[in-house]
Design a protein around this ligand. Structure first.
Ligand code: NJP
Length: 264
């Protein structure tokens, strides 16, 4: 007979926050969560996109999502996200720490302001999300944190110093958190996607050559990553998939970036 712990986690009624919910992977995760009956707070800077998503999801789940517009690199905005979620639903169960963006440039040609914005979002913003979110999970001794890293957090190519550096940091931060909170019943998972067709390449300002190379890979769709995240969340409470790398089948290495760091 299965013990209660070994049963799949039912997402109905779970309360989740999703950072970076205005597009791409975060939007798709939010949608899949709502469709499974989770109660979801949507966070990103573009309020109009969050509103459009909330409208699209209305009636698809048990309750309408909460919208919290904000910048993940601002402590007061992240606190507002967590506070409004807990005020609305009384608890927090799932933290999807996903907001982030890319940038490629050789270090000597790099834009220091862009470096700072990227590290503020991908690293400092992640830390803020974890600090204020996980505090709530620890109150009831259960919950799940899913952090979006990247295959660029596993290996680096020329031009990828700052983005890869940020994602190596994401991996280290998530692993430290797992060691800090596992004993208290909180699971931590790092997802490392390969190329996913989202607004990511455009926001990163990739040259057309890279965008074309990504298309040739038959990239992952955001929904495909979201469904992987759902599988991770639905594992029984005693199963923590700590790290998961998900590639498009045709992406066998990071060679599409090999020339990008040389000034393209
Ligand atoms: O990209 P995109 P993805 N404060 O551009 C939000 C990683 N990844 O879904 O604020 C708050 O469609 C932004 O919202 P807004 C990647 O590193 C991707 O692909 O309104 N939110 C939007 O909702 C990232 O960690 C690929 O502009 C902020 C979202 O982030 C995650 O996947 C491959 C924000 C970005 O959505 C999601 O990216 C890989 C801020 N300061 C890893 N800054 C890939 N697509 O190929 C940004 O290995 N956001």
């Amino acid at each position: 007979m299965q013990s209660e712990q070994q049963q799949a986690t039912d997402l109905r009624g779970k309360v989740a926050i999703v950072t970076g919910a205005s597009s791409g992977i975060g939007e798709a995760i939010a949608e899949e969560l709502v469709q499974r009956g989770a109660r979801v707070a949507l966070f990103a800077r573009r309020e109009n996109r969050l509103q459009a998503l909330a409208q699209r999801l209305a009636g698809k789940g048990s309750e309408e999502p909460v919208i919290v517009p904000g910048d993940v690199s601002k402590p007061e905005d992240v606190q507002k996200l967590v506070n409004q979620t807990v005020q609305r639903w009384g608890k927090l169960d799932i933290v999807i720490a996903n907001a982030g963006f890319g940038y490629r440039s050789p270090i000597v040609d790099g834009d220091p302001q862009r470096w700072k914005n990227l590290l503020d979002t991908n690293v400092y913003g992640l830390l803020l999300t974890l600090k204020y979110g996980v505090e709530q999970l620890l109150k009831h001794g259960s919950g799940h944190v899913v952090v979006t890293s990247s295959v660029a957090g596993r290996s680096v190519t020329a031009g990828g110093a700052v983005y890869s550096g940020s994602k190596f940091a994401v991996g280290a931060i998530a692993e430290a958190l797992r060691e800090e909170v596992g004993q208290q019943g909180v699971r931590v998972t790092t997802i490392e996607p390969g190329a996913v067709e989202t607004e990511f390449a455009e926001v990163a300002g990739y040259p057309p050559g890279i965008a074309e190379a990504i298309k040739q890979l038959d990239p992952l769709q955001a929904k495909e990553i979201a469904l992987v995240v759902i599988q991770v969340l639905e594992q029984p409470g005693n199963v923590d998939i700590a790290e998961l790398t998900v590639y498009p089948t045709k992406q066998t290495n990071l060679s599409l970036f090999a020339n990008a760091g040389k000034g393209q």
